[in-house]
Design a protein around this ligand. Structure first.
Ligand code: HEC
Length: 201
């Protein structure tokens, strides 16, 4: 190969490296300033409070009216029409994730596992827990701890031998053959509430 060709090739290689690094740096997230963080935390708290309230009301009234087996489908944020309307209005994606998930779609990823471990450690120490905002993949994500805070939760997430009725256990096994979400006790971390904000605000 003559020197001219080598020089052109070298320049091409250099240009493509430069372009790639420029592209990569543009993809990285800008720093999250305090004002934006506070606003996102507030919005996240608002959304999760209204959804948790609606979920609890639905779950409790269904257990009372038709029994725990019938209520099984109501412990899903996706079962709430409110979830869709909030998601559309606020341009967010709402879900829950867990280290011991019931629905396979709710398994925590590696980053979420780290958050969960941290929350568990805080709870064990008796320290207060607070929501966090993470950045990455061009979006902001709100996470808040979900704790087993009332005995009702144990009807479906407690100890299989003592807390969960046999017929409920059977129904859960049929619907969720890979269920890991039993054996919880009061005060334990059940998972994370997750809100993905799809626009940079
Ligand atoms: C009537 C049974 C029942 C009760 C009571 C119940 N859950 Fe659930 N829970 C379920 C089912 C079923 C799922 C899976 C929902 C789905 O498919 O998305 C679930 C899923 C969850 C998840 C999502 C993560 C995962 O494992 O899939 C969280 C978090 C959760 N429950 C917390 C609670 C809390 C907190 C309470 C008490 C306020 C509670 N649940 C009460 C049946 C119940």
């Amino acid at each position: 190969m003559d020197t001219r060709k080598t020089t052109i090739l070298f320049r091409l290689a250099l240009t493509s490296i430069l372009c790639t690094s420029l592209f990569v740096s543009c993809q990285q997230d800008k720093e999250l300033d305090d004002k934006t963080r506070t606003a996102l935390i507030e919005k996240g708290k608002q959304i999760s409070a209204s959804l948790s309230g609606a979920l609890l009301t639905k779950l409790s009234s269904e257990i009372q009216a038709n029994g725990t087996v019938e209520a099984i489908k109501y412990c899903s944020v996706n079962a709430l029409p409110l979830t869709d309307s909030i998601a559309k209005l606020e341009k967010v994606k709402i879900s829950r994730v867990s280290h011991k998930n019931r629905n396979p779609a709710n398994a925590a990823n590696e980053e979420e596992m780290a958050l969960i471990k941290n929350y568990i450690a805080q709870i064990e120490k008796g320290a207060a827990t607070a929501p966090v905002i993470t950045t990455g993949k061009g979006k902001y994500t709100y996470y808040a701890p979900v704790v087993i805070a009332m005995p009702t939760c144990l009807k479906c997430h407690g100890k299989p031998d003592t807390d969960i009725d046999a017929e409920v256990l059977n129904a859960l096994k049929t619907l969720y053959p890979e269920d890991q979400a039993t054996g919880f006790a009061m005060g334990e971390l059940r998972g994370l509430f997750k809100i993905e904000f799809d626009d940079k605000r």
